[in-house]
Design a protein around this ligand. Structure first.
Ligand code: NAD
Ligand code: TDX
Length: 347
C-alpha cells in the first residue's frame, strides 16, 4: 500500500515498483493540489494496481482498505510537503501529516489485531525528512539515526510529530515500523513550487529566479530513483523500529545549485545570454534552516543501498523531462492556481 502515490515521490515509486517486482499495489491519494494522476494512466490501467481516492485521515476509508487488501507493506508518503505553505497556513499540515499518520497507524493496529497472521511479514515505512532535526551550522557533523528531533518550521514539526507517533505505535502496540529520513529529492513529476522545477519555469518565462536570503543555505540532493531504491531496500531488508537516514554526497548551497541549473538549462534551450542574470535575491524564508546533512551509513551497511545517479547528469535529465512534458506541468500548475483562487474549504 502506497499513500500519497499521486505525488512526486509516490508517482516515481509506483513506476519503480512495477518495474522491479511483481507485487500488487494499493494506491491511496487525496489528490490535493500536489497530487495528480496525469502521466500515471499506464500505472492506473495496470491490473496489479488499485487506486483509492481518499484522505488518510478518513478512519472508515482506511479501515475498509486495510481490511479488504491486507497489505504486507505500507509505505506512507501522503503529506503536505512544502515548507512555505506551512508558514502561510499550517492547518492542512496538522491534518494530513499528524492526524493522517495517527489514523493510518491506528487502523494498521486494528487490521493486525483482526488478522494476526499478517504480523510476521508486515512493515510500516514512514517517509520522513532530514528537516525534523532542525538546522546545522557549516562546521557541524552530519546527523545520523540517533540525532534528536529539533524541528523549526510548521512543516518539519508536523513531520517530527508523525515520526514520534510511528515510534509510539511501534513500541506500545508492536506495529513493525521503520522511518526513512530523506534529504532533498529531485527528479521528474515534482510540483513546480519546489526549487529545481520552479527555477526552470522561471527561466522558460524569462522571469526573476527568487533566491531566498543570500542563497548560502545548504541542502543535499538525491535523485528520486535512488530514493525509490532505498525505500524498496528498507522494505525488504530493514530492521523493525529502525530509523534510516537516506542522503547523498551532493551538498550544494542554493546559489551553487541554481547556477548549475542555469548552465544546463541554457545549453538545453540553446540560449546565448546566461540565465544567471535572472537570479534575484529576495526576502528570506522565516526561520530558514541553514544547512541539512545526514550520514546514511546505516542503510548502506544494513541494506546494501548506494546512491547510483550522477548529480550533473540527473539534473540535466530532470530539466529535459520538464522541457519535454509541458503537457504534465502546465495543467498541474493551472489547476493549483485555480484552487488557490477558490474560497478555502474547511480541513
Ligand atoms: P508531494 O507534495 O509531491 O506529494 C504528496 C502527495 O500526498 C500528493 O499526491 C497529495 O495529494 C497526497 N496527500 C496529501 N495529503 C493527503 C492526505 N491527507 N491523504 C491522502 N493523500 C494525501 O510530496 P513528495 O515530495 O512526493 O513527498 C512525499 C513524502 O516524502 C512526504 O511525506 C514528504 O514529507 C517526504 N519527503 C519529501 C522530500 C522531497 O524532497 N520531496 C524529502 C524528504 C521527505
Ligand atoms: O523560491 C525559492 N527560493 C529559494 O531560495 C524556493 C521555493 C526555495 N528556495 C530555497 C529554500 C531551501 O533552502 O531552496 C531550498 C530548497 O527549497 P524547497 O525546494 O522548498 O525545499 P526544502 O525547503 O529544502 O524542503 C524539501 O526537502 C525536504 C521538500 O520540500 C520537503 O518536503 C522535504 O522534506
Amino acid at each position: 500500500m502506497i499513500t500519497g502515490g499521486a505525488g512526486f515521490i509516490g508517482g516515481n515509486l509506483l513506476n519503480f515498483l512495477l518495474r522491479k517486482a511483481s507485487m500488487k499495489l494499493v494506491v491511496i491519494d487525496k489528490l490535493t493540489y500536489a497530487g495528480s494522476l496525469r502521466g500515471l494512466e499506464p500505472v492506473m490501467a495496470n491490473p496489479r494496481v488499485t487506486f483509492l481516492h481518499a484522505d488518510v485521515a478518513d478512519q472508515a476509508a482506511m479501515q475498509d482498505c486495510l481490511l479488504k487488501h491486507r497489505p504486507e507493506v505500507v509505505i506512507h508518503l501522503a503529506a503536505e510537503s512544502h515548507v512555505d505553505r506551512s508558514i502561510e497556513d499550517c492547518a492542512p499540515f496538522l491534518h494530513s501529516n499528524i492526524i493522517g499518520s495517527a489514523v493510518l497507524l491506528e487502523q494498521c493496529r486494528i487490521a493486525l489485531q483482526r488478522h494476526p497472521s499478517l504480523l510476521a511479514s508486515f512493515r510500516f515505512i514512514q517517509v520522513s525528512t532530514d528537516e525534523v532535526h532542525g538546522s546545522l551550522q557549516a562546521a557541524d557533523p552530519p546527523w545520523n539515526e540517533q540525532s534528536p528531533c529539533l524541528p523549526r518550521s510548521p512543516y518539519s514539526a508536523s513531520k517530527a510529530a508523525a515520526d514520534h507517533l510511528v515510534m509510539a505505535w511501534h513500541h506500545t502496540h508492536g506495529i513493525p515500523a521503520m522511518i526513512a529520513r530523506c534529504c532533498n529529492i529531485y527528479g521528474p513529476r515534482q510540483f513546480p513550487e519546489k526549487l529545481i522545477p520552479l527555477c526552470l519555469l522561471k527561466i522558460l518565462h524569462s522571469e526573476p529566479i527568487p533566491l531566498y536570503g543570500r542563497g548560502d543555505n545548504i541542502r543535499q540532493w538525491l535523485h528520486v530513483d535512488d530514493l525509490c531504491d532505498g525505500l524498496y531496500q528498507i522494505a525488504m531488508k530493514g530492521s523493525r523500529g529502525a530509523i534510516y537516514p537516506i542522503s547523498s554526497a551532493v551538498s550544494l548551497s542554493n546559489l551553487e545549485l541554481v547556477r548549475q541549473l542555469c548552465r544546463h538549462a541554457d545549453e538545453l534551450l540553446d540560449r546565448r545570454e546566461s540565465s544567471e542574470a535572472l537570479i534575484t535575491t529576495v526576502a528570506d524564508r522565516p526561520g530558514h534552516d541553514f544547512r541539512y546533512a545526514m550520514d546514511s551509513s546505516r542503510i548502506q551497511r544494513e541494506c546494501g543501498w548506494r546512491a547510483g545517479r550522477d548529480f550533473g547528469q540527473g539534473l540535466r535529465e530532470t530539466l529535459s523531462w520538464y522541457l519535454e512534458h509541458r503537457d504534465w506541468w502546465q495543467p498541474v500548475v493551472n489547476e493549483a492556481l485555480r484552487r488557490r483562487a477558490a474560497p478555502p474549504t474547511p480541513h
